[in-house]
Design a protein around this ligand. Structure first.
Ligand code: SF4
Ligand code: SF4
Length: 502
C-alpha cells in the first residue's frame, strides 16, 4: 500500500518531564495515534482530536495542537479543499464525516437578542413565583365546545386528539441504536423518562431492555423500516415518520455491517454483519396522499392513541411542505436544519445542502398561521440548538419544542471530533466495539443528561422571568420579544423580527 502523503491535521505533544509512562493514553486511543516503545510515541496523522488521552492522563502531560505545518495561504484553495482532493486522489471515494455542518455560514441565533422588562411591565422572579414550562405536543382544536346533560352538568363535546406532555419543551434527537451504543441509548431513554421529556429511537428500532422507558420515546419509522413492528409502535408514545434529516437532505443512510452485532441485528431485524441501507425515499411515499396513507396506517395500527410526527429536512420550500404534511394529518412536524448532526454523511452533502433552521422555522410558523392550521400540529425545531439562549429564540420564532442531539452527546462526553462514521468513538458513544462501549457508564451519562435538561430549564425560567411572563405559552411565537443585530432587512423580514432599536 502506498504511504499517504496527506499532512496531519493535529500534533500530539507529550511533556517528557511530566509523563510517568503509565500508558493510559496509549490504551485509551482507538485511532492508533499513540504507541509506546520506551516512551509514548505519537503518530500525528491518526489523531482526530477526540481528547480521550488528554482526559485520561493523570499528569496533564498531553497537549493536542492544530498542526503547525502550514500550507501556503490561498483565499480560494483553502487547506480543507486541498486536503479533501489529496484524500480523494488516494482513495477514489466520497469523503465522509460525522456531526453537523461545520462551515462558517451565518448563525442566525447569534444575530438575535431577547427583549427584557424595565419599569412599566415588571419582570418576574422565577425563584419566588412558579413558571410553567409544561408543553403538550400534538394537534389542538381551534375552539372547545361544551354540552350539558339533562341534569345540567357540563361536559366537553369537542373530541380531543392524543397529546404528549413534556415537562419542559425539549426532546432528545433521533439517534439510532447501531449508530450509537446501547449504553448511550439507555442513558438517553432513562434521562428522558426521568426528566419527563422524550427520546427518539432513530431508525434502528428499540432494544427490548429499553421498552420500560417506551412511554417517553418517539419511535421512528424510516425508509429502511428497521426494527418496525406492531409491538415497537405500541411501545412508544409518539410515532415519527422520518422523511429527511438536516445533515443529509434527500439521501438515505448507511450503517456499515461491522456495526451490526448480534444485539443491533435483533433490534433492527437484519442479519449480523449486513450493511443497513436506508433508501433515499420511502418506497411507498411519492405524493402527499401517500404520506397521508402512511400517517393513517400508523394511527390505525396504534388505535389512534398516539400522535404521529413527520420529520423533514429544512429545504427552501419547507413552508409549503409543512403545510402539506399538516393537511395530510400529521400531529407534529419536526424540521431539521442544515446544521443538524449525523453519525455519517458525505461531507459534500452535509456542508452544502439545506437551509438554516432559524429561517425554516419562521417560514413554517408564518405559513401555518396564515393558512389557519397552526393549531393542527406542533412544530419541533432541530438542527444545532447549542444553549438555552438558542432554545428561547426558537420558541419565540414559533417552535413548540426543540431537539437537542449534539448537545446531549457532548453532555455524555463527546468532543465533536466528527469521526462517528469510523465506529471507533473513544468515548463509547458512536461505536459498537465492546471495549469502547464499556467506557460509557449509562448511570453517569443519565445523570449528566438530566443535569443538562435541568440547567437549561432553570435558565429558560430566568429568561421567561425577565420577559415578564410566567408561562412558555406567552413566549411561543412571540417574535416581538426578539430583535435583530447585524441582519439585512430581508433576513430580518423572513425571521419576522425588527432590528434592534426599532
Ligand atoms: S497518560 Fe500521561 S502520564 Fe501516562 S503515559 Fe500517557 S502521557 Fe504519560
Ligand atoms: S460521538 Fe464520539 S466519534 Fe462522534 S464526534 Fe463525539 S467523540 Fe467523536
Amino acid at each position: 500500500m502506498v504511504k499517504s502523503t496527506i499532512p496531519p491535521m493535529f500534533q500530539v505533544v507529550v511533556d517528557k518531564e511530566k509523563c510517568r509512562k503509565c500508558k493510559r493514553c496509549v490504551m485509551s486511543c482507538s485511532y492508533g495515534a499513540l504507541g509506546f516503545t520506551d516512551r509514548v510515541v505519537p503518530d500525528d496523522k491518526n489523531c482526530v482530536a477526540c481528547h480521550r488521552c488528554v482526559a485520561m492522563c493523570p499528569e496533564n502531560a498531553i497537549m493536542i495542537n492544530e498542526s503547525p505545518l502550514a500550507y501556503r495561504p490561498h483565499a480560494s484553495w483553502t487547506v480543507e479543499h486541498r486536503q479533501g482532493i489529496l484524500k480523494q486522489a488516494e482513495t477514489g471515494g466520497m469523503l465522509l464525516t460525522g456531526m453537523g455542518n461545520d462551515k462558517p455560514y451565518k448563525i442566525f441565533w447569534d444575530h438575535l437578542v431577547i427583549d427584557a422588562c424595565q419599569v412599566t411591565n415588571p419582570s418576574i422572579d422565577p425563584l419566588r413565583e412558579p413558571m410553567e414550562l409544561r408543553t403538550y405536543l400534538g394537534s389542538k382544536p381551534d375552539k372547545l365546545e361544551f354540552e350539558t346533560d339533562k341534569n345540567g352538568q357540563p361536559s366537553l363535546k369537542t373530541q380531543l386528539t392524543p397529546n404528549i406532555l413534556l415537562e419542559t419543551p425539549i426532546v432528545f434527537a433521533a439517534m439510532s441504536f447501531g449508530s450509537i451504543s446501547l449504553n448511550a441509548h439507555r442513558a438517553l431513554a432513562r434521562a428522558a423518562y426521568e426528566s419527563g421529556i422524550l427520546m427518539n429511537t432513530g431508525e434502528g428500532g428499540l432494544h427490548k431492555d429499553l421498552y420500560k422507558y417506551g412511554e417517553r420515546a418517539i419511535v421512528q419509522v424510516a425508509s429502511g423500516r428497521f426494527g418496525v413492528h406492531q409491538e415497537y409502535l405500541n411501545q412508544g408514545s409518539v410515532i415519527e415518520i422520518k422523511v429527511g434529516q438536516g445533515a443529509k437532505p434527500g439521501i438515505g443512510g448507511h450503517l456499515p455491517g461491522e456495526k451490526i452485532n448480534s444485539e443491533v441485528s435483533q433490534t433492527r431485524m437484519i442479519p449480523i454483519g449486513s450493511d443497513a441501507l436506508s433508501p433515499a425515499p420511502h418506497h411507498d411515499i411519492y405524493s402527499i396522499e401517500d404520506l397521508r396513507q402512511l400517517i393513517y396506517a400508523l394511527k390505525e395500527a396504534t388505535n389512534y392513541q398516539k400522535p404521529v410526527s413527520v420529520k423533514v429536512s429544512a429545504v427552501h420550500n419547507i413552508a409549503a411542505i409543512a403545510s402539506g404534511i399538516v393537511r395530510a394529518g400529521a400531529d407534529i412536524v419536526t424540521i431539521d436544519g442544515f446544521r443538524g448532526g449525523t453519525g455519517a454523511a458525505p461531507t459534500i452533502i452535509r456542508d452544502n445542502v439545506g437551509i438554516p433552521i432559524e429561517m425554516a422555522l419562521a417560514a413554517v410558523d408564518d405559513r401555518l398561521r396564515k393558512e389557519g392550521i397552526r393549531n393542527q400540529a406542533s412544530i419541533i425545531a432541530a438542527g444545532s440548538i447549542r444553549s438555552s439562549g438558542d432554545w428561547v429564540k426558537a420558541l419565540a420564532l414559533g417552535a413548540d419544542a426543540v431537539v437537542i442531539g449534539t448537545a446531549a452527546l457532548i453532555a455524555m462526553g463527546c468532543r465533536v471530533c466528527q469521526k462517528c462514521y469510523m465506529g471507533k468513538c473513544t468515548w463509547g458513544i458512536a461505536t459498537q466495539n465492546p471495549q469502547l462501549t464499556a467506557r460509557l457508564n449509562p448511570e453517569v451519562a443519565t445523570e449528566r443528561l438530566k443535569n443538562l435538561i435541568r440547567a437549561w430549564s432553570l435558565e429558560l425560567k430566568e429568561i421567561l422571568g425577565l420577559l415578564g411572563v410566567n408561562s412558555i405559552e406567552s413566549l411561543r411565537g412571540n417574535r416581538e420579544r426578539l430583535r435583530a443585530i447585524g441582519l439585512t432587512d430581508s433576513e430580518a423580514n423572513i425571521l419576522g423580527v425588527k432590528h434592534a432599536g426599532e
